[in-house]
Design a protein around this ligand. Structure first.
Ligand SMILES: Cc1cc2nc3c(=O)[nH]c(=O)nc-3n(C[C@H](O)[C@H](O)[C@H](O)COP(=O)(O)OP(=O)(O)OC[C@H]3O[C@@H](n4cnc5c(N)ncnc54)[C@H](O)[C@@H]3O)c2cc1C
Length: 428
């Protein structure tokens, strides 16, 4: 890599580390707000987790990952090959600190804080895209025709409907709909649906990768430099932040850590231990599905999504807690097809392709967004788990506000990294 233009002296600007949807949104927002932005990415932009998500801009995900219901069903899930959740035995010990904190997040006071935190971002999520989409000429990729959860069993529907009041109390539109209405809205669904939940303000991105690529195009056209290099470490120095990469080092005025799951390893080198785990998910892309859906549909019982995209129908979801670098189990992607056929009987699997991505998951379900308390030149935004696309634009607004010393559009206190740290870290 040719280093950003300095020979040890700090440049006035911001270097964004990692070009997934979170990093690119932040890079674009910072650029629009007048920062001189540089991006460092070890591979190709948008080829990490952001490449293959379900494209669902969901207003439903405001709950922490563990729930009493989920804990009750855990043994059943663990024994089932087709269950929505798997923990690989060699990852179980890594999961213990995460699980302890995930259960602690269910204490009433924490639980309420998490709901309030996630809901405050979620309610601003969709409108926050406007500025980025306009700048990148990407408006055509986002639509807001709502999202559905469809159920085949009354027990599943009734259980989910217990959350209606919570969603509505935060101003998130969610309503129970009948079997007749769900068939009218999505005629391709099997006729044995018993009903569902409709989130009328949820949205969809018809090409998650395409969206990030338009951000890259806009940034490159504006002269923002992209460097292909692997970040190995960062160090707070008098003149700024020194970034150590596989091919050398350079000093930047300020830095934003947006390397998704890999951000945990970088922080670990600074002796900052964050309970970030790898929650792998799978998709199966069906380019000739023969099924036309109007909006994302989550299949209630197995809990994964089918989203109509520019390239076809994408089935995506499941949670597999496993080492990020271990071999993907593509049977889990094919399992989505088998389960989807119960909801979409006419789905055609011709030319289907499987994919696996690593969600960066924190135990309370809130991403980590903020400035390092003892090193405010270092900003971070990672751990978006199931919500990285949905919350990408509002995250970018928050990070830019922090870096300008302005008030963020939402209260970021619940998002601070320090919620996991028991000691003041001065080692950066
Ligand atoms: C199956 C599945 C379905 C999903 N569905 C949805 C959905 O419908 N809606 C939604 O909102 N979210 C969804 N998500 C979650 C969403 O995709 C993630 O939260 C989001 O992609 C995280 O983005 P990121 O930018 O933080 O990470 P990434 O996309 O992983 O980007 C991180 C980047 O950092 C780079 N990097 C890592 N280490 C280094 C290093 N040392 N040096 C330089 N660069 C580095 C990587 O190469 C990568 O490009 C889904 C996830 C999965 C797996």
């Amino acid at each position: 890599m040719t280093h950003p233009k300095n020979n040890g002296a700090a440049s006035r600007g911001v270097t964004v580390l990692g070009a997934g949807i979170v990093g690119l949104s932040i890079a674009l927002k910072l650029h629009l707000d007048g920062f001189k932005v540089t991006v460092v990415e070890k591979g190709e932009p948008m080829h990490g987790t952001s490449y293959g998500n379900a494209g669902y801009l969901s207003e439903a995900n405001i709950f922490p990952p563990a729930s009493p219901d989920m804990l009750r069903q855990l043994p059943k899930f663990m024994l089932s090959k087709e269950g929505p959740l798997v923990i690989k035995p060699d990852y179980a010990t890594k999961m213990i600190p995460w699980a302890v904190k995930a259960v602690a997040a269910l204490k009433p006071a924490s639980y309420q804080n998490i709901l309030t935190g996630l809901a405050s971002m979620t309610t601003l999520a969709y409108e926050s895209f406007d500025e980025l989409l306009t700048a990148a000429n990407a408006q055509q990729l986002l639509t807001r025709e709502g999202g559905l959860v469809a159920f085949r069993t009354l027990a599943g529907l009734e259980a989910k409907c217990r959350s209606l009041r919570t969603w509505n109390s935060f101003g998130l539109a969610a309503e129970r709909i009948s079997a007749e209405l769900i068939t009218e809205m999505e005629p391709e669904l099997s006729k044995d649906m018993v009903g569902g939940i409709f989130f009328k303000n949820s949205g969809r991105c018809s090409s998650p990768r395409g969206l990030g690529e338009l951000y890259v195009k806009r940034l490159r056209e504006a002269g923002v430099e992209f460097f292909t290099d692997e970040v190995r470490g960062i160090e707070n120095v008098d003149s700024g932040v020194r970034i150590h990469t596989a091919s050398g080092s350079f000093v930047t005025d300020r830095v934003v850590l947006t390397m998704g799951f890999q951000t945990g390893a970088l922080l670990q080198r600074l002796d900052i231990k964050v309970p970030l785990v790898s929650e792998r998910g799978y998709h199966l892309m069906l380019p000739s599905s023969d099924v036309r859906l109007k909006r994302p549909i989550v299949f209630g019982e197995p809990h994964f999504a089918a989203t109509p995209m520019d390239e076809g129908l994408r089935l995506a979801g499941t949670a597999e807690f496993a080492r990020a670098d271990s071999q993907p189990n593509m049977d889990r992607a094919w399992m989505l097809l088998k389960l989807a056929k119960r909801y979409l009987p006419n789905v055609n699997e011709a030319d289907a392709t499987p994919w696996m991505g690593v969600r960066p998951s924190l135990p309370d379900g809130l991403p980590a967004i903020g400035l390092m308390r003892n090193a405010p030149r270092i900003a971070y935004a990672f751990g978006h788990a199931h919500n990285g696309l949905t919350l990408s634009a509002i995250t970018a607004r928050c990070v830019s506000a922090l870096m300008q010393g302005k008030e963020a559009p939402v209260d970021l206190e619940p998002y601070r990294l320090e919620r996991f740290l028991h000691h003041e870290h001065a080692t950066v």
